[in-house]
Design a protein around this ligand. Structure first.
Ligand code: MG
Length: 175
């Protein structure tokens, strides 16, 4: 894919949803982790890996931008290797594939839809950690926290949802 006929910029979209359940030992929920930042909350995502929906949507946005495999193809949820896996490993692989394809991250816009916990107190920590994982400046990333107005599964605190749009550009990072 490393050729001059490829577009200068490409765009990718990622989406993820995880069901929220009481955290063990009270239920099957895993500790709540968003963008690699652990948040103290009685409910957490059910998932094969650590269930971090921010990281999962980030991977799908980057892979979507380069026409790569989706996260389920890269890291199947029936593979015992990924049981409880820290999703940072998935993000690292997507960044490796992005660079291998000859692209760099331009910017990324993340929308996290979650009734509780409130995301705003954790926003800076999540963005700083994502910037570290992605190897980019913090100002390339944006995070918006929204509620679901107390309706439907997300609004009833039974799920968390994340949307990510990523713009990537060809070539080396400008100096
Ligand atoms: Mg997921």
């Amino acid at each position: 894919m490393h050729d001059a006929d490829q577009p200068i910029v490409r765009i990718g979209h990622g989406y993820d949803l995880h069901r929220l359940e009481p955290v063990a030992p009270n239920g099957p929920g895993r500790p709540f982790v968003l963008g690699g930042i652990r948040i103290d909350h009685p409910r957490g995502p059910v998932g094969h890996s650590d269930g971090d929906p921010v990281c999962h949507a980030v991977v799908d946005a980057l892979m979507g931008a380069i026409g790569g495999p989706d996260i389920g193809q890269l890291f199947p949820d029936n593979d015992p290797r990924w049981d409880g896996q820290d999703s940072e490993v998935f993000v690292a692989e997507s960044v490796r594939r992005l660079h291998e394809a000859g692209y760099r991250l331009g910017n990324m816009d993340i929308t996290l839809v979650c009734e509780r916990p409130k995301v705003s107190p954790h926003k800076d920590a999540i963005l700083a950690n994502l910037a570290r994982m992605l190897g980019c400046d913090r100002d390339r990333l944006n995070l918006k926290g929204k509620t679901h107005e107390r309706v439907d599964a997300v609004g009833e605190e039974r799920a968390v949802e994340v949307h990510v749009v990523a713009l990537v550009h060809r070539g080396a990072e400008p100096e």
